[in-house]
Design a protein around this ligand. Structure first.
Ligand SMILES: [Zn+2]
Length: 215
């Protein structure tokens, strides 16, 4: 119940700041706003931080996208039928489709031993974005840990910087999954956020940037 309330509060907070972010406008702030996301300043409140974000510069996280197969929130598990909290958004795409980093950031973790399967987690300021069920696995070298997907030509080191839109993996079937899809999660300051809310705002802002085809 407490969890449920907390999630509701977070959703309300995010909705409120997304509305604010529309008021911020879309032109001329690119550099400033990307820096705002990348390098959080502790003196600025969370609300101001999200409100100053230019979502349109994000990258859609998967190529050959087919459909959203499971939303964020409570659902009955497709594996065991029990009620569970689904902490991300499921995005179906054919096996082997490339996954792209939603935002510029630093790879803080690569793993392959959880229900999330082979995964890459990127941190961008106060945000963490995780990509699950990828092809490939984790290997350890003297230099550190990396996720390797040889047939996809992907090698991602824990600790490396990734630019927005960089291919960081491919859709696979690792971990607990019933079909090929990307399970994508977003966290802001440690709390899960519905990725669909951010995607909707991203599409809205990107549509505003497109030149008028008749103009
Ligand atoms: Zn999922």
């Amino acid at each position: 119940m407490i969890n449920c309330l907390r999630i509701k509060q977070h959703r309300l907070m995010l909705l409120a700041v997304l509305v604010l972010s529309i008021c911020v406008g879309v032109g001329g702030f690119k550099q400033k706003q990307i820096q705002a996301l990348d390098a959080p300043d502790k003196s600025t409140s969370q609300t101001q931080k999200i409100a100053s974000t230019a979502w349109q510069y994000g990258s859609f996280p998967v190529e050959n996208f087919q459909s959203y197969t499971s939303p964020f929130g409570y659902r009955l598990s497709p594996i065991d039928g029990k009620k569970q909290f689904h902490n991300g958004l499921d995005m179906a795409a054919p096996l082997g489709s490339y996954v792209r980093s939603w935002w510029t950031g630093k790879v803080v973790e690569v793993s392959d031993n959880t229900p999330c399967g082979t995964a890459v987690i990127v941190e961008s300021g106060s945000w963490r974005h995780a990509y699950c069920h990828l092809d490939g696995h984790v290997e350890v070298a003297a230099k550190g840990r990396y996720m390797i997907d040889r047939s996809g030509g992907i090698q991602i080191w824990q600790g490396q910087e990734v630019p927005v839109g960089m291919r960081i993996g491919r859709v696979g079937m690792t971990g607990r999954t019933t079909g090929p899809h990307l399970h994508w999660t977003l966290k802001f300051n440690g709390s899960y956020v519905d990725p669909a809310l951010v995607l909707k705002e991203m599409f809205k802002q990107q549509a505003m940037l497109k030149p008028d085809p008749l103009g």
